[in-house]
Design a protein around this ligand. Structure first.
Ligand code: ATP
Ligand code: MG
Length: 436
């Protein structure tokens, strides 16, 4: 191996080493998502982290922030332009087309993992971040939108996240969207000089995106811009009414957000975001980076990748942002430490610990360490938050080999489970007694 020297390399800007309570909260978000997506019978998929650059360029749109300035693109050793995925939807659409997943239509699919965007890192905004993602592909029915939104709403509730409201809009069908677009161009052109540089640039290319601008210079002009409602076709209006009616029936609270457009080109009809309410604890926790979950209907996407027209709808949520709202995760499962009283009892202690783990019915966790014994090790166990300590000690009377010290009382059924498993230990631990 080559000898290396010099300074320790630093982590890449905008990446995180997630550990401790943050990592527990992160895992809790993913586990809860896995449970909820199974409840709704969404199938799991694992997707590549990189794709040909055109997968994202063609579907997300060249004029979007993501494609124009946020992608991690590079040439591989074969000279091919590849991109680290900045989102899931485009890759899932590519997979639908290349694998013939049409046979599963309507396909309910879910995944999670890392995404990469070259953004200015700040609280809740990273260059490598993680999302959970759910999509329904091959369904034109508004019921698909409703089901996805009900699922998102349930996820937030199961995570105990409060003070976050569904903001809902419709972008109409292709005709409504085109008419609205023309009216927006006219509106913004009149005040072009006062808009931010980015928005001046967007004016001809992608005027809807001005509505999405976070620049304060654009804010007032966005507020009095023409609203989509004046341009909705009868069909588009009927679709939107089915979605809102379905949400009301499902008990999902929502608020109309007339200037919500979402940044990407491929959206039609439903567009939505779950955003913390002003002044709520959630808003305080997230600061200005407030959207936790966003998505919508993307009926036009498959065609941009050369596929047949395919109606689809989906959402994605930032795991880090959800984890920040979850805060601490309390796991009530009792933890038992198995501690040898002296070095000579190490092997016995290990035997007992493995026996407990192999026979646990998941109602407790078992803590061990490789080094140390007795009181000192017990202290380390307490510091690690164990609920009780099982001392394994040398004794002439086998009844006295194990000694349980309660640090914190665990639930009774877990204690019963512990003792019934210990009772099944081979000789010489046939009958045991404990205290505490
Ligand atoms: P924003 O307006 O905050 O830039 P976005 O519209 O770019 O969000 P989407 O592409 O819709 O976000 O992604 C869905 C979710 O993924 C966001 O609501 C957010 O929770 C999360 N997310 C997006 N970009 C980042 C990032 N750079 N770091 C952390 N989370 C992110
Ligand atoms: Mg963004």
């Amino acid at each position: 191996m080559a000898k290396t020297s010099g300074k320790t390399p630093q982590a890449i800007r905008g990446t995180q080493d997630i550990f401790g309570p943050d990592a527990e909260a992160f895992a809790h978000v993913v586990e809860t998502f896995e449970r909820v997506r199974r409840l709704y019978r969404f199938r799991r998929a694992e997707m590549p982290v990189f794709e040909r650059t055109e997968v994202f360029a063609r579907s997300i749109g060249e004029t979007t922030d993501i494609v124009s300035k946020e992608m991690y693109s590079f040439k591989d050793r074969g000279g091919e332009s590849l991109t680290l995925r900045p989102e899931f939807t485009a890759g899932i659409a590519r997979a639908w087309l290349t694998n013939g997943w049409q046979q599963h239509a309507p396909l309910k699919i879910a995944t999670h993992g890392p995404l990469f965007r070259y953004e200015r890192p700040q609280k809740g905004r990273y260059r490598q971040f993680h999302q959970i993602d759910a999509e329904v592909i091959g369904a034109a029915e508004p019921q698909a939108d409703v089901e996805l939104l009900a699922m998102a709403d349930q996820l937030l509730r199961e995570l105990g996240i409060e003070g976050v409201t569904l903001q809902l809009n419709t972008l109409g069908d292709a005709d409504s969207r085109e008419a609205w677009r023309a009216a927006l161009v006219e509106h913004f052109r009149a005040v072009k000089g006062e808009l931010s540089e980015d928005s001046q640039d967007r004016l001809e290319k992608n005027p809807l995106r001005i509505l999405d601008s976070k620049d304060p210079r654009d804010r007032t002009f966005v507020a009095d811009a023409p609203k989509i409602d004046a341009f909705l076709s009868d069909q588009a209006l009927a679709f939107f009414e089915s979605v809102t009616g379905g949400l009301d029936a499902a008990g999902v609270k929502w608020r109309r957000a007339e200037s919500l457009v979402r940044g990407l080109d491929y959206y039609r009809h439903t567009a939505f975001e779950f955003v913390p309410d002003e002044g709520s604890a959630a808003a305080n926790a997230l600061g200005s980076q407030s959207t936790v979950l966003g998505g919508g209907r993307y009926d036009g996407l498959m065609e941009s990748l050369g596929g047949a027209p395919t109606p689809a709808v989906g959402w994605a949520a930032g795991i880090e942002r959800l984890a920040m709202l979850v805060g601490g995760v309390f796991d009530p499962t009792p933890v038992y430490a198995v501690v040898p009283d002296q070095p000579a009892m190490r092997e016995e202690a290990d035997r007992i610990a493995f026996h407990l783990r192999q026979n646990s019915r998941k109602d407790f966790h078992v803590w061990t360490a490789y080094r140390g014994h007795g009181k000192k090790l017990a202290e380390k166990a307490k510091k690690d938050g164990v609920d009780a300590i099982l001392f394994v000690r040398q004794a002439d009377n086998p009844n006295d080999v194990l000694h349980l010290t309660n640090v914190k009382a665990g639930p009774n059924d877990a204690m019963t489970d512990l003792w019934s498993i210990l009772a099944r230990l081979p000789e010489p631990y046939k009958s045991l007694s404990g205290e505490g």
